[in-house]
Design a binder for this molecule. Structure first.
Ligand code: EPZ
Length: 433
């Protein structure tokens, strides 16, 4: 298990390019289960969750090969997905789903394509209970017979049929699973109270390129006219707004100046608006999104923040925002409204000298508190990004353990940070003091 050894403080400065979005690439891979034709995905991030999904697809009869895009696309990975032709099971085993909840995204396409799917229930997660009841209610509304037994959900349907379904709450992968399933249903499906995340709209773009008929993705209501079969497609994954947002928060909290290239300012608007409010300088141009710490001098101002489904402030940037607030002037209240247990980074930040008081779903940060380097432990993907940023801003050496969490969703983070001037090294556990 590798660790990051970081020496701070460093003002992050320079250019960084966003990788493709993990949370758009995962449902895109699942879409390959809907067709016999090859799929080509450009800008696929080289992160561990994608390798896990590729292993799951391989188990389900979809092979994937990686090639490298030509240089002007920054050497991104290109994934070529095609059926291996072997007869394949229609079940997603516990061993593959337990490490990555997004494995549940094979349920809708398998059921729609084969009339049967058996998928391991994802089980518990560090940040919350995270049930999949909305996925199952939605598939039942499309006519599926849904049974839970022995830790698996088993679903059957001769052919799914179009229906009107309203989610009880916006769910990202729930909306994606229903989009994947409804694409091959007989008739028209109307989905309401959908998740509006950019990753949902990106999946709809891919499915439409495969021959689906989806309209309204990105909004609260989505209409899917089912088709009998889907073809192949070539698709470019959208930039990762969470990865990109992490580097922009790093610029603000270290007194730095970072240009994020090839990212979407529209997708990042909730963060950019907040950074401007607390006193960072935000500039959007064809060259990219530039964030500089308050050129007016003096620390940034504290700013309250509530997480919410898109277009609210993303919960996946909450931990990084908390690290930022430790460097801001005043008291900020952070309310986590999406997940019930997503403040595990707070006690680790406190080990670095932060003054964070958690009370249920709220955390109050008293700042600025100068951070000092320490040995800290990552507990989940975004908590690890928060601790890495804190290490870059802190005085002295920080050792972040368990960065396998980070590798799930950040492509070459230490290299990108080094490119921005940070002194960070990945060291195997055996070498770390
Ligand atoms: C997606 O998870 C992302 N993962 C998460 O990113 C992200 O935090 C989350 O959306 C919210 O933005 C992927 O896209 C692979 P939800 P998902 O269903 O789809 C409750 C990261 O760091 N809910 O939108 O699992 C649920 O418990 C990860 O990259 C139900 O009650 O999240 C939560 O409280 C972490 N029943 C809320 O809805 C359901 O059937 C939102 O969850 C489904 C969800």
């Amino acid at each position: 298990m590798d660790r990051f050894v970081i020496t701070g403080p460093t003002a992050l400065a320079g250019r960084v390019r966003a990788s493709g979005a993990k949370n758009a690439a995962l449902p895109a891979l699942a879409a390959a289960l809907l067709t016999d034709q090859p799929l080509t995905l450009h800008r696929a991030p080289r992160v561990r969750d994608l390798r896990t999904m590729r292993r799951l697809l391989d188990h389900l009869g979809i092979g994937s090969e990686e090639s490298r895009a030509d240089t002007d696309a920054g050497g991104d990975a290109v994934l070529h997905l095609r059926r291996t032709g072997q007869s394949s099971p229609h079940d997603a085993p516990y061993d593959l789903v337990k490490t990555m909840r997004a494995g549940v995204l094979v349920l809708g396409p398998l059921l729609a394509r084969h009339g049967y799917a058996r998928v391991s229930l994802p089980g518990g997660c560090a940040i919350g209970v995270r049930p999949i009841d909305q996925h199952l209610k939605g598939l039942a509304a499309l006519g599926a017979d849904v049974r839970l037994a022995h830790g698996y959900v088993e679903t059957r349907a001769e052919r799914l049929r179009g229906a009107r379904f309203r989610f009880d709450l916006p769910t990202v992968t729930g909306t994606e699973n229903l989009l994947l399933a409804a694409s091959l249903a007989r008739g028209t499906t109307v989905l309401e109270n959908c998740a509006r995340e950019p990753e949902v709209a990106d999946l709809a773009r891919l499915l439409n390129a495969m021959g689906a008929r989806i309209s309204g993705a990105g909004g609260e209501a989505i209409v899917v006219e089912g088709v009998d079969e889907l073809g192949g497609a070539t698709h470019t994954i959208i930039p990762d707004r969470i990865e990109g947002g992490t580097y922009l928060i790093g610029a603000a909290m270290t007194g730095g100046d970072v240009l994020l290239e090839d990212a979407s300012a529209a997708d990042l608007a909730p963060l950019l608006d907040k950074l401007a409010v607390i006193g960072a300088e935000v500039a959007v141009s064809p060259a990219g999104i530039r964030v500089r710490a308050g050129t007016a001098g003096g620390p940034l101002r504290a700013g309250d923040m509530d997480t919410a489904p898109h277009p609210g402030f993303p919960t996946d940037l909450q931990a990084q925002y908390m690290a930022l607030m430790t460097c801001a002037e005043g008291i900020s209240t952070i309310r986590e409204t999406v997940f019930e247990n997503r403040f595990q980074h707070a006690p680790e930040l406190a080990r670095m000298g932060a003054d964070v008081r958690v009370d249920g779903g709220s955390a109050r940060v008293h700042g600025p508190t100068p951070l000092t380097g320490a040995a800290v432990m990552a507990t989940d993907l975004r908590a690890s990004a928060c601790l890495v940023l804190a290490g870059v801003a802190a005085q002295g050496e920080t050792v972040v353990a368990r960065i396998y969490h980070l590798d799930r969703g950040y492509e070459g983070m230490e290299l990108k940070l080094q490119g921005l001037g940070a002194r960070v090294a990945r060291v195997p556990e055996s070498e770390a003091r």
